[in-house]
Design a protein around this ligand. Structure first.
Ligand code: ATR
Length: 273
């Protein structure tokens, strides 16, 4: 039988197996979906082994998304522009296809689940690593007016802005200047600080009057940024749990040809966290 898995390091607390099994239940599909813990040094070999056996599709999470993109034989446009992949699929001829559903999942979570309209928003993107690359283009596609990218190390922010190549809409500022760069309608935390247990020291002046704050992570990793957002008076502050479920739904549809209902799965996870 076809097998599915999520690769990460660490991977023990991944919600992906639970999400995919819940989706499969909606269609009466019995699913073999497991976690595979691979160190960066072992990742490529572990992926090859998985797909050489009965592997059909894999999700890929931290820290392997760039490596997954690199080892694939074909790449979707979403994966190519992000330079990273969170989905690997075995094609009928045995080649591996890379895709990235992170940005689409985030925008769908914001616009459909939370009913937000991003058009015309001034957006601030904190971070310029893999996670930021995964969502930047989708924020622009969703109609944000400007995307200001701020990263602790400015080179990475410049590289992302250059890759986007729309200087009138997407540009960078320095992290040291966060207190003096004005306020934004939408602030997206795409740093890994929360995951690393570090609290970002962000000025309240970043928040516009009707500001919407979004953390790409969830659970304990998102707590500090969301607490800051609420204290600073954000109108809305969301974590990335909905994004996780939406990104999984895109992978599920790619593999099984059927679109799962994400809402009950989201509600189940929300009530458990
Ligand atoms: P991910 O795939 O989660 O994006 P990554 O590619 O390693 O992981 O990127 C981590 C991002 O979080 C980077 O933008 C990083 O900033 P640097 O490029 O300067 O390293 C950012 N980051 C991590 N810890 C941070 C901290 N304490 N303060 C500010 N930014 C931080």
């Amino acid at each position: 039988p076809a097998q599915f898995a999520v690769f990460g390091h660490p991977i023990g607390h991944s919600l992906s197996p639970q999400i995919h099994r819940a989706f499969a239940q909606q269609f009466g599909i019995s699913l073999d979906y497991r976690t595979i813990d691979a160190t960066p040094a072992d990742f490529a070999a572990a992926v090859r082994r998985f797909f050489a056996e009965d592997g059909h599709g894999a999700n890929v999470t931290v820290p392997h998304k760039a490596a997954a993109f690199a080892l694939a034989d074909t790449r979707s446009e979403a994966a190519s522009r992000a330079g990273s992949a969170n989905v690997l699929t075995r094609l009928p001829d045995g080649r591996l296809a890379a895709h990235n559903t992170d940005g689409a999942g985030m925008v769908r979570d914001l616009t459909e689940r939370h009913d937000m309209d991003l058009r015309g928003h001034t957006a601030l993107l904190l971070g310029a690593g893999g996670a930021a690359h995964g969502v930047a283009w989708n924020l622009l596609d969703a109609g944000v007016e400007t995307l200001t990218i701020v990263n602790r190390s400015p080179e990475a922010a410049d590289a992302l802005a250059d890759a986007i190549g729309e200087p009138a809409r997407a540009h960078t500022r320095y992290w040291e200047d966060l207190a003096s760069i004005g306020s934004y309608d939408l602030i997206v935390n795409a740093t890994s600080a929360g995951l690393l247990g570090v609290s970002l020291q962000l000025p309240f002046s970043l928040l516009g009057a009707r500001a919407l704050c979004y953390d790409l992570s969830y659970g304990a990793a998102a707590a500090s940024f969301l607490a800051w957002a609420k204290t600073a008076g954000a109108r809305y502050a969301f974590d990335g749990l909905g994004m996780l479920v939406e990104t999984a739904a895109d992978a599920f549809e790619l593999w099984h040809g059927q679109r799962p209902d994400t809402e009950p799965v989201y509600q189940l996870l929300r009530s458990a966290t």
